[in-house]
Write a protein that binds this ligand. Structure first.
Ligand code: SF4
Length: 251
């Protein structure tokens, strides 16, 4: 099974496992094919545009271009068409992306500073596991660093579950262990559809709890504990047609 050679943990793997171990198995152990989904394409397109816009060497100042023109040019260049069911659906999504970026631009262009690092992959060892991931953007701030993660979800969370806090915990540990950034002052998630920034203060106790959760999840995966866990997202799960728990629930 995949664990032998390439097994690693990441925030998304841990979140998927904790939401439903069987869905994790279908994706990462059985490697069942999944359809391209438009919301992944949408999110990846926005991420790529912002990566380039803030890129230390490729931002609009370095390119000597009017910023808004450059932003829209980046959207054309990096738009991902995969997963849209019709031309019209894709057209509407692109219009929405333009509106989101325009609003983001208007509210953030004042005081623009290029990032220190963009799209940086990391990996670190934890217990017997390798944890991997990628940070969208790291800025230099007074006396340290700020880690930024872009979110393109349609919902602005009202609260964060324990599992959601794992992502900033992983970033904090990765910054120190994998990227040698000693002083992470801030970790924030920017919900670009709302231009809303949520900041996390990751205290030591959260880190300890988070690392325990990661190790616990890894051990359950190695033990092949893959029971289904029906949840609120079953109706959109790509495996509902083959999942015994979903069939049972729908009777
Ligand atoms: S349908 Fe629900 S229970 Fe079944 S695999 Fe998907 S998420 Fe898990």
């Amino acid at each position: 099974m995949e664990q032998d050679k390439e097994f690693h943990l990441s925030f998304s793997r841990i979140a998927i496992y904790n939401e439903c171990p069987l869905r994790y198995k279908y994706i990462y152990v059985d490697k069942l094919p999944t359809e391209a989904r438009s919301y992944f394409s949408f999110g990846n397109s926005i991420h790529k545009v912002l990566e380039k816009f803030y890129h230390p060497e490729e931002n609009f100042k370095r390119k000597d271009k009017p910023p808004l023109e450059y932003l829209m040019e980046l959207l054309e260049k990096h738009w991902i068409s995969e997963g849209y069911k019709t031309e019209n659906q894709e057209k509407k999504a692109k219009e929405e992306a333009k509106k989101i970026l325009l609003r983001y631009y208007r509210e953030n262009i004042f005081g623009f500073k290029p990032a220190y690092i963009v799209e940086r992959s990391f990996s670190f060892e934890l217990d017997k596991f390798k944890v991997i991931g990628r940070i969208d953007r790291i800025d230099k701030v007074d006396g340290g660093y700020k880690i930024i993660d872009y979110k393109t979800s349609r919902l602005l969370p009202k609260f964060f579950r324990e599992i959601d806090l794992l992502q900033p915990v992983i970033y904090k540990v990765a910054a120190e262990k994998a990227l040698s950034l000693e002083n992470t002052k801030e970790i924030s998630m920017i919900y670009v559809r709302f231009n809303e920034e949520i900041k996390f203060n990751i205290e030591k106790r959260f880190i300890e709890k988070g690392l325990e959760k990661i190790i616990g999840t890894g051990n359950k995966i190695l033990d092949e504990q893959f029971d289904p866990l029906p949840n609120g997202r079953c109706s959109t799960c790509e495996f509902r047609n083959i999942c015994p728990a979903f069939k049972e629930k729908s009777k």
